[in-house]
Write a protein that binds this ligand. Sequence first.
Ligand code: CUA
Length: 331
Amino acid sequence: MVDFAVGTLSDLSRMALLAQSDGGSFWLPPPESVSSWAVDNVFYYILYLSYFFFALIFAVLVLFVVRYRRRPGVEAVKTATHSTLLEAVWSLIPLGLVIIMFYAGFVGYVELRSPPEQAYEILVTARKWSWQFTYPDGTIDNNLHVPVGEPVRLVMTSDDVIHSLSIPAFRVKMDVVPGRYTRTWFQGKELGTYDLYCTEYCGTGHSDMLASVVVHEADDFRAWLKAAGDVLGNNPPAKAGEILFRRHGCGSCHSTDGTPRVGPSLQGIVGQTHAMADGSSAAVDENYIRQSILEPGTKIRQGFRNQMPTYKGRLNDQEITAIIQYIKSLN
Ligand code: CUA
């Protein structure tokens, strides 16, 4: 019995150590940001404290149920009603434990809310249902690329409803709200690709609102930025259009394989005549696509609702032309 108890305790402490050294545990992925400790310390502290008190309270409960159960021939005795020592013990010990909890939480909060001054700043725009990351040189991508070992600050806003940006490996999670800016920051420790999620239910496409965080070597990051920056210069129009289509998240509403989603599929639409919601009909050509990108509410295809945001000011004429070439290439 004693051996069993000792074995269980050492298993628990081994789990606790594991959680703090190499990082990953059943509950959290390996910490990949320099500030991960801010979340992990307080998380594991509360977790193991909860295990301990769950076991303690349950054990005492069982003991009392067995020991003080009603039995024939045993009279209930009047017990003591007050013990100052006992009350002090069960008040002061938890007080100390929650003060430690507060302290660990507060120190972590300050760490997570205070990006270093010289951080690399990336603008984040969330919209139903994609992420858009804008780099200081104007490059836009729908995945987050960052240099390793350098603090990165995200300044975030939403075009429509409340979204929330979460990168579990970096212990980063912050709401992205329309009409205001929120910030968060992290500093990647290891090269790699990590998951980025939306963690605020934002409608039909919420669970598709995913992206990757790619942590590059500093030189690779600069090379990536250079190549990604000049899409139109580096690619033939249809290919550039495909890249822009992906970056602007068009694919979250428009499939390219014929499946209708929130919006109609774009496969094979050029050259067709479609029935519109208002009873008219329209031929799909370059001008129709251009108008649908800039003023999406003017012509609504029958069977669909006016859900698309305008891309006026977000795409220039050359980019729109490239996207039109891409859509034509789907025929
Ligand atoms: Cu955006 Cu959920």
